[in-house]
Design a protein around this ligand. Sequence first.
Ligand code: KG4
Ligand code: ZN
Length: 335
Amino acid sequence: MIVLGLESSCDDTAAGIVQDGKELASIVASQDDVHGPYGGVVPELAARNHVVHVVPVVRRALEVAGLSLADVDGVAATMGPGLVGCLLVGLSAAKSIARARGLPFVGVNHIEGHLLSIELDEALRRPFLGLVVSGGHSALYWAGEDGSYGLLGSTRDDAAGEAYDKAAKLLGLGYPGGREIEKLAREGDPTAFSFPRPRVKGAELDLSFSGLKTALRLTIEKSPDARPADVAASFQAAVVDTLLIATRRAIGATGAKTVVVTGGVSANQALRKAMEAMAEEEGADLRVPPLKRCTDNGVMIAYAGWRRLVRGESDPLSLNARATLPLGPRMAIGS
Ligand code: KG4
Ligand code: ZN
């Protein structure tokens, strides 16, 4: 079965094609240049740019796969969570293709796409604990043996990637901020400044990054002569530690033997290294997708869609985009 998947939940317009769960093509049109001058995603600009890129990315994905639309057996698109104006572009394009060619259509939860992206390269056994850290999301999920999901904890304010992007803006660095801070942090001393490792009282698996952002701003104001590399390294150490502490607690609470870390921030080498060491200490198997699958892409949506389509499931073309879309119920564990 050949499935075309479209992703447009934030600032990447992406199309991917899978055949029986294996990648045939993955094309991403990034809008970093568009949003760079603003230091963050401007929703209206993102939506308009998706309109420009959506047909070309589908065309290119088909070209790379050596296919035409006539070869496609089903169409998937991200239905949420994300920016509604952005989601609507990919979703409408996918529905139009499905309608025109009489193909089954499925709406995919963006978070499930991220969590399952690793299966494009290697088998993953359930149950597993998943940490999704990106520009829009920072949450811990439990993926049950029966295919169900539960939310263990999530950020109360900013996402980890958003914190990186805002910190980069404060430090006068480019966008997306994560990559820029990571680069600068390599030359800095992570112990130069002591930033908070925020925890949410009474909900120990929840995260919070807004206090960290404020602490960073105050540090820059109070120590204008501080080496930016030291500030970046100390900030990164605090983000990594915060994610590490919550993930370690979640392993303790669930007894997870497999931990998946994914989303744009999981491209961060400092986070990967720290997670690897922690997982080893906890006796858990850490799985992080290859770099190209960590950030938003269409092939993870095609894959998650294929899993449903192959079981004969589909969604009506009346399916709407959803800015918030829980992947599963909140689990009481650890709270
Ligand atoms: O998953 P993604 O492509 O899009 C969302 O769904 O948000 O993640 C983008 C986020 C941005 O906030 C970016 O700053 C962050 O991932 N990011 C990084 C790194 N590369 C991208 N954060 C830390 N270190 C990196 N190397
Ligand atoms: Zn994402």
